[in-house]
Design a protein around this ligand. Structure first.
Ligand code: CU
Length: 130
């Protein structure tokens, strides 16, 4: 019985670690970005969200670009309004995604260093509310 409890405890611990949230994984730097919607995401409306990066000493600024991938090409939208709200926290406002197209919307997220050079880029697939 003791052994069973120990095994169970070990398995649950493991699950806790495996569950650590990482909405967007930057594979080169192992940085994680998590996105919390404040409004949306809805098509054909202005949306806002908070984006938080995991602890790191490289990223100074980021870029967030609404990005659509279609079967034969990719394109953007209007630029978002981005405000730094903490060490690794940013507020994304006015994120606009046009509807009625046969494609998928993403956030293209770029991590930049102190000289504004690109460190790494990743994409976050958006699933819209109705
Ligand atoms: Cu499109």
């Amino acid at each position: 019985m003791k052994l069973l409890i120990t095994i169970f405890a070990l398995i649950s611990m493991n699950f806790t670690f495996a569950d650590e949230r990482c909405d967007v994984k930057f594979t080169k730097t192992s940085i994680c970005a998590n996105i919390d919607w404040i409004y949306g995401p809805y098509l054909d409306q202005y949306n806002s969200a908070k984006i938080s990066l995991s602890e790191n000493d490289k990223v100074v600024t980021i870029k967030v670009i609404p990005w659509m991938v279609m079967s034969n090409h990719e394109h953007g939208s209007r630029p978002v309004v981005l405000t730094k709200t903490g060490d690794s926290e940013f507020l994304i406002e006015k994120a606009y995604f046009m509807g009625g197209m046969d494609g998928s919307w993403f956030f293209k997220i770029q991590l930049n260093d102190s000289t504004n050079n690109l460190i790494e880029e990743a994409r976050y697939h958006l699933e819209f509310k109705k």
